[in-house]
Design a protein around this ligand. Structure first.
Ligand code: AMP
Length: 226
C-alpha cells in the first residue's frame, strides 16, 4: 500500500447509502492522506449536542431522516473548507444532491474535487448493518451489534462515552434516508461520471479489504502521491 508524505492534498468525496461504511472508510482515507475528514452529519450532531441555535434547527430534520436545507449545509461546508487545514479533505455526507454538488464545485474553482468514491453495498446489507449500528454520543465512534434488539448500556472503548442507537437509525427514519439517497443523491453518480470523476468501489467485505480497494482505486486514478 502506498504511503503518502505529509501534505498530500487529495480532495475526495465519499458517496454511498447510509450504512455502506462511508464513515469508517472516510476516517481511514483522511488518516492515510493526512487530510481532515469533513462529515456534515458529525458537524450537525456536534451542534445539536452543544445546543446551538443552528443545532436545534437541524435536529428537527435529522430526527425525521430529512435533509437539512441546502443553504444551511452549504454555508457550514464553505466555512469549514476555508480553514487552513482543508487544502485536501475527505468529504463524508456532502454533497447529497445536485444543488450541493454545484455549490461545492463553485467553492473549488477551477478544478473541483479530485475524485468521488462510490461505496457500493446492496440495500439488504445496509439495512442489516444500520439495525445493529450504535454510536458513541461523545466521540462519534461507530460500533455494531449482531443483536439489534440489544439495548443495554455500552461504554465507548475509545473515550468512555455512552454508546447508543442513533435517533435517526429508527426503521422509519432509515427508510426515509434510503429513499432520499435514491432520489437525491444517486443522480450525482451520473453527474460525476460525466465529469470523469467517479470511482465505484465494492464496499462488501471486511473494512481492511474495502480500504485496500479504495486506496487502489484512488492511486490508480490519480497516480501515487508525490
Ligand atoms: P449522516 O451522519 O451523514 O447520515 O447525517 C445525519 C443527518 O444530518 C442526515 O440525515 C441529515 O438530516 C443531516 N445531513 C448531513 N449531511 C447533510 C447534507 N449534506 N445535506 C442535508 N442534510 C444533511
Amino acid at each position: 500500500m502506498s504511503q503518502p508524505e505529509v501534505g498530500t492534498s487529495r480532495r475526495l468525496v465519499i458517496l454511498g447509502k447510509q450504512g455502506a461504511g462511508k464513515g469508517t472508510q472516510a476516517e481511514r482515507l483522511a488518516h492515510h492522506y493526512h487530510v481532515p475528514r469533513i462529515s456534515t452529519g458529525d458537524i450537525f450532531r456536534a451542534a445539536v449536542k452543544e445546543g446551538t441555535e443552528a443545532g436545534q434547527r437541524a435536529k428537527v430534520f435529522m430526527d425525521a431522516g430529512d435533509l437539512v436545507p441546502d443553504k444551511v449545509v452549504v454555508a457550514v461546508v464553505a466555512e469549514r473548507l476555508d480553514e487552513p487545514d482543508a487544502d485536501g479533505f475527505v468529504l463524508d455526507g456532502f454533497p447529497r444532491n445536485l444543488a450541493q454538488a454545484e455549490a461545492l464545485d463553485s467553492m473549488l474553482v477551477p478544478d473541483g474535487v479530485d475524485l468521488v468514491i462510490e461505496l457500493q453495498v446492496p440495500t439488504v446489507m445496509v439495512l442489516q448493518r444500520l439495525a445493529g449500528r450504535r454510536v458513541c454520543v461523545d466521540c462519534g465512534t461507530n460500533y455494531s451489534t449482531p443483536n439489534p434488539e440489544e439495548t443495554g448500556d455500552w461504554i465507548c472503548e475509545r473515550c468512555g462515552g455512552k454508546v447508543i442507537l442513533r435517533e435517526d437509525d429508527t426503521t422509519t427514519a432509515i427508510s426515509r434516508r434510503l429513499d432520499l439517497y435514491e432520489k437525491e443523491t444517486e443522480p450525482l453518480l451520473g453527474w460525476y461520471m460525466a465529469k470523469d470523476k467517479l470511482a465505484p468501489v465494492d464496499g462488501v467485505g471486511p473494512p481492511d479489504t474495502v480500504t485496500a480497494r479504495v486506496l487502489r482505486a484512488i492511486d490508480g486514478r490519480l497516480g501515487l502521491p508525490a
